[in-house]
Design a protein around this ligand. Structure first.
Ligand SMILES: NC(=O)c1ccc[n+]([C@@H]2O[C@H](COP(=O)([O-])OP(=O)(O)OC[C@H]3O[C@@H](n4cnc5c(N)ncnc54)[C@H](O)[C@@H]3O)[C@@H](O)[C@H]2O)c1
Length: 439
């Protein structure tokens, strides 16, 4: 079974174009980082594809190659960046505006970043109320806009001599929407594009254009985007791998480290209060209650899924969980996240844990973008289509098959990811049973 799969992985030859709707803080920190790493001016800390090893065979075999040597990934030198934004700034200007990286560091890669000029975005202010884009495509209908994005994709590929492409949404968080009739199948969706259906979001226009053109699509924000039956079907029909949603960084990352630990020891949790201050453009967009609602949904779902209150009502049924984000400009991208966790132990005795995480949002997100780009491209070359659940590791709200609850425990997610790679390369899966050492 696995050897057949190995034979199917096409080599990573030629250039890989990385197309990013939303050339903001995360996207430019990712692009600048890759350029710095390529020049050996910095280390790709936080990236599994660049730094992690994978154990193969028994613990006594001593085989732990780097992931990038084990699976055929695109080389950083072969990445070419492009994207869309609703502001005209090139990637250097946008990075300078975001103030994530020191100006001196940024200036070391000024030339390649200046060369990344975003294409005009598809935008509708009813989806991101706090932004007023000035660099926006004008079209008769949403179908015209989708055709323009399709043409952008083709032109970028040709101009940059790319062999393959990947698209990853790093745009602002859109307002909260549930799927409606227009999202249910491709016929309705395409009809909705023609009729300018208000339920079709800008992010869905990019996702549609990408998937339709055979380009893998990942979503770093919590928007509904391609998590709708119409685009899920399209991805399967076009043999395109897709994944999302919402990069798992900062506070939710901490949650998915701690909550599985409490549950593993059968410790109860009665309350988890989380609050943040954040001063970048993302924080400004999330000031709008409708955009925050999209974020809140993904942030809140995590604990329920990990702690399984239905299975453990004595420990988690009455858990009070609250998440707040406050826009606070002086901190810029340097977010501060506080957690107060009320837990209880033997005989119900209460205890408290306080966390104060002084993090850097885009520094945590950039390596995730890199890994998702490289793994999505690998998935496509391996003929894997539709939802890539093995990439759940990177997301707050992992997409899953209909009716299947997502796996949020980060250690299970990591095991799943590595086993997927072992399976792909015809290596034995690691179950951690370990009986062989004691025979
Ligand atoms: N940084 C993190 O740790 C993290 C974690 C999880 C999710 N996210 C999500 O990633 C996304 C990007 O975050 P950021 O900090 O880079 O935000 P940002 O505001 O710096 O960048 C977003 C960019 O998207 C652009 N944009 C908005 N709508 C667009 C459209 N329709 N087409 C093209 N461009 C559009 C904006 O002009 C902006 O430049 C946000 O949705 C955020 O919620 C970030």
């Amino acid at each position: 079974m696995s050897t057949k799969e190995t034979a199917k992985v096409a080599p990573a030859e030629g250039k890989l174009g990385v197309l990013v709707p939303g050339v903001g803080a995360v996207a430019t920190t990712f692009m600048a980082g890759v350029e710095l790493v390529k020049r050996n001016l910095a280390q790709p800390v936080g990236s599994l594809t660049q730094m992690a090893t994978i154990r193969l065979g028994k613990r006594t075999d001593g085989r732990s190659p780097m992931i990038k040597d084990f699976v055929p990934l695109a080389k950083l030198d072969d990445l070419v960046f492009g994207g869309w934004d609703i502001f005209e700034d090139n990637a250097y200007e946008a990075a300078a505006h975001a103030k994530v990286l020191d100006q001196t560091m940024l200036d070391q890669v000024k030339a390649p970043l200046q060369a990344i000029q975003p294409m005009k975005g598809v935008f509708d202010q009813s989806y991101v109320k706090r932004l007023n884009g000035t660099y926006v495509k004008q079209g008769g209908s949403k179908r015209d806009l989708a055709e323009m994005v399709t043409a952008d994709i083709a032109e970028f590929k040709k101009k940059n001599n790319c062999d393959r492409l990947v698209m990853i949404w790093c745009g602002s968080t859109e307002v909260f929407r549930r799927p409606t009739g227009v999202h249910q199948n491709m016929k309705e969706f395409e009809c909705g594009l023609m009729k300018n259906d208000p339920d079709i979001a800008p992010s869905q226009i990019y996702a549609y254009a990408a998937i339709n053109a055979g380009v893998p699509f990942a979503n770093g924000a919590p928007n509904l985007t391609h998590d709708i039956p119409a685009l899920l079907d399209l991805a399967r029909d076009r043999n395109v791998p897709i994944c999302g949603k919402d990069f798992k960084t900062g506070q939710t990352f901490m949650k998915t480290l701690l909550a599985p630990g409490f549950k593993s020891r059968m410790l109860g949790v009665s309350g988890w209060f989380s609050t943040n201050i954040l001063g970048n453009r993302d924080g400004e967009v999330l000031e709008d209650p409708d955009s925050f609602k999209t974020k809140e949904e993904t942030k809140l779902s995590v604990l329920d899924q990990i702690l399984q209150p239905d299975l453990y009502p004595q420990l988690y049924k009455d858990l009070y969980h609250s998440v707040k984000i406050n826009y606070y400009p002086p901190r810029g991208d340097a977010k501060e996240g506080w957690d107060n966790i009320d837990i209880f132990g033997w005989l119900g005795y209460p205890m408290q844990i306080k966390i104060d995480f002084l993090c850097r949002d885009s520094i945590l997100a950039a390596p995730l973008v890199l890994d998702l780009v490289l793994f999505s491209d690998l998935a496509q070359r391996a003929g894997m289509r539709g939802i890539q659940e093995w990439l759940s590791f990177y997301f707050k709200a992992p997409m899953t098959a209909m009716g299947l609850y997502p796996e949020h425990d980060i250690f299970i997610q990591l095991m799943k990811l590595k086993n997927r790679l072992r399976h792909l390369m015809g290596e034995e899966l690691i179950t951690h049973l370990g009986l062989e050492y004691y025979d």
